[in-house]
Design a protein around this ligand. Sequence first.
Ligand SMILES: Nc1ncnc2c1ncn2[C@@H]1O[C@H](COP(=O)(O)OP(=O)(O)O)[C@@H](O)[C@H]1O
Ligand SMILES: [Mg+2]
Length: 248
Amino acid sequence: MGKCGVFTRFEAESAEAFVACMPGWNAYLYEKIVFAQWRYRVEERCMMWLEAKRVRFRYHKKQEWVLRDFDFGVEQGECVGLIAPSGYGKTTLAMLLAGYLVPSEGEILLDGKPLPQKGVCPVQLICQHPERAINPRWRLRKVLAESGQIQEDLLVSLGIEQEWMERFARELSGGELQRFCVARALMSNPSFLICDEISTMLDVITQAQIWNRICDKAEARNMGVVVITHNLALAEQICSRVFDMTCA
Ligand SMILES: Nc1ncnc2c1ncn2[C@@H]1O[C@H](COP(=O)(O)OP(=O)(O)O)[C@@H](O)[C@H]1O
Ligand SMILES: [Mg+2]
């Protein structure tokens, strides 16, 4: 077993050469090799990185594993698409990466260390259903204030109107509320942002506006972004690589 827990660099390189010569090579093995090589590259370049390392997770003891020996990583400044059919564990992985769930086995590591237990998490998650992510009893000004200093320019760039700040979540549309979730996540200046099907229920104009802001901020702050989506066209447009969970 190598330093990264999957392969040593030599093993990874020779395995890739081996797999390349095999007719009908194994996609699972190939994904493991690609991951091992990615891992060495980020370590060599001293980039910040977030990874799920040999993660196993299930919600109940009698349940099948949702994720089994799962490896995934994203580095600073990178935008990775994550695709898989429904029920494959995308949301589960998103919650593990952001520290909302703890793996049954394996580790979630930020720069090789566990996620910090105190303070605002440097990995922020934006969920598919904004109404479930916002306290319904709080006015939106209070919701935002909880994440730090309100950045007026960010609110303007996301098309958030001042008047909405005094409303409750139920008094806004899904698209308007999702803008608040994006603003809240970006306001804490995260190192990594996990977007779990955040634009599925939005109209095309709102989708474009939100993704433009996220991409601008990610570039300006050198953030790592994971884009979980069913929309392969979106993933191919904004991501530098796309990870298919069905091969992992
Ligand atoms: N809270 C939960 N309790 C039990 N099983 C769950 C829970 N949440 C999700 N699951 C199960 O875990 C599997 C993966 O779900 P999920 O991560 O939501 O997949 P995806 O986001 O890819 O659609 C599914 O089989 C789902 O039924
Ligand atoms: Mg999901």
